[in-house]
Design a protein around this ligand. Structure first.
Ligand SMILES: [Cu+2]
Length: 200
């Protein structure tokens, strides 16, 4: 009858090689569960890669550089932050995050609009999350962050600063007041259709 030894108390008759074999022994069920855990980890990593590829999920990084000291320069697109219409249904928003508000803090677009957000920060690190969309990015002084979203459903979409932001000496902390609202109004075309339906 052979007995397995565990821990430091080893049989003095067991040679070094045998002791090593004993230390490497994996119980049957331990081996099964190890393989199961490894397989699950591989499946989860694969699922993340497939989901990211099929839904176009990516971590927004720096799309460019912008000197925070030049944001108010007349030729800077951030000098007059706000919504600009590029073409019917296509908009861009140049947005400045600063202690403690967003410029602009109110945006209104018709349903079906594609909006590109250009974001930077004037002073300290801020964040920008637009609820109900996949827009979620950092607003950093010196960095240009860019994300695009299409708004098909009318309603209000709140945006908040999700990065606990700056303390200015002598001023009260105001991170919690840093929010804004994007309103998607029914598009004119949709309203016309509704009007036609109701008059028929
Ligand atoms: Cu902030």
């Amino acid at each position: 009858m052979t007995e397995q030894t565990h821990g430091p108390e080893q049989d003095p008759n067991v040679t070094g090689d045998q002791a090593e074999e004993g230390a490497l022994h994996v119980e049957k069920w331990e081996g099964i569960w190890l393989r199961f855990a490894a397989a699950m980890t591989a499946i989860f990593i694969l699922a993340i890669i497939v989901a990211a590829a099929s839904f176009g999920i990516s971590v927004p990084g720096a799309s460019g550089r912008v000197d925070p000291n030049t944001l108010s320069d007349p030729n800077s697109p951030f000098a007059n932050p706000g919504l600009r219409e590029l073409a019917p249904g296509k908009y861009e928003v140049y947005m400045v995050a600063q202690t403690w508000n967003f410029l602009p803090d109110k945006i209104e677009v018709p349903a079906g609009s594609e909006v590109t957000f250009y974001l930077t920060a004037r002073d300290v690190v801020h964040g920008f999350k637009l609820a109900g969309t996949n827009i979620n990015m950092m607003a950093l002084p010196g960095q240009l962050s860019v994300l695009k979203a299409t708004f098909d459903t009318p309603g209000t979409y709140n945006y908040i600063c999700h990065e606990y932001c700056g303390y200015v000496a002598g001023a009260p902390i105001g991170h919690q007041t840093m929010y804004g609202q994007l309103t998607v109004v029914p598009s004119v075309a949709a309203t016309d259709e509704t009007a036609q339906l109701t008059t028929e």
